[in-house]
Design a binder for this molecule. Sequence first.
Ligand SMILES: [Zn+2]
Length: 348
Amino acid sequence: MAIRKDTKFWLSFLLLIATSSASAFARGEYQTALELYGKKQYFPAAQYFETASLSDPANVSANYYAGYSFYLAGHRNEAITSFWRLAKAFPARKEGAQALLYLRQIDPNFANHEANKSQTSEAKNVSNASVEPKLSAKAIVDRLVEVKPSAGKNPNVTPSFTRLVKDLLVAMPTPVLRLLLDRGGRIVLVSSAVEHDMRIQNTAPRGWDSSFSWKESPALTQGSKVVMSQFRADSRTGEPVSTIEEIGVLRHETGHAVDYCLGEFSDSAEFKHAYALEAAKVPDEHRQKLDYYLQKSNNGASETFAELYCYSTGGETDAGRKDSSELVHKYFPHCEQLMIKRLAALEK
Ligand SMILES: [Zn+2]
């Protein structure tokens, strides 16, 4: 809270100075922003991009990177505000269209937003989803799952992999699947995470962000969108390996998307309180094994929620993850109860 207030003050102060020589000033801001972005200092970069964008609204690039850097820095509300400004002002520009695509993933109120009504047919589908008669779990899953053709040398996602994913999803509670569909959620299947542009690489400045650990990751979540790949890069050799044995991780990632669609339930006072009490009680012998779920900041609670969701919908399939999943279930019973209660409330 304090940070956002300071930011506003700081921005208006800079804008006051900027009025005298707006565009020269904005150019300086933009340069500073680029340098910070290059050093992956996303929050300060976002502030400079935002200032440059506000003092020179024609600079679509500054506006785009303001939104994007706020997003990378974890300041979602600022990202949403910045992206909407761009999407409304420049709907026909590549950056404006890209901002709208991004908003669809990160703005929980996207479907209700006035500005998207006439812009994309996809957006219309999202806002119509909730008024449709009740669909079966299978019909919902068919709409949630999107298979991307391979763009590189990898073979396409195989029909058997797609079937496996769909079966796994159909087994999840139908009201949860409906929630995902209503909020514009997607389960995107790709051949390899390397091909899938998780960070809008095409519009990123060249030479930056060139190493992505997501190449080695079988699945990822961005807001209400989950990307699952059939192949990932082996962390030692870089060679593609099948993710089929770790398919259970899709349940964990879907847990993050569900958490997002619930307005970050893992960040609610109720959940965080239960989490803090239970995290403190994890015995020393298992703390190392559960370090991912005991992370400081909000990550620990968020990862715990995702893993409890995974556990309750069938669990992990990879041997190593199975062990820690059992332990999360064992040591966070109250968190699990709260999650189950919250999901049960969706049926009403
Ligand atoms: Zn996670």
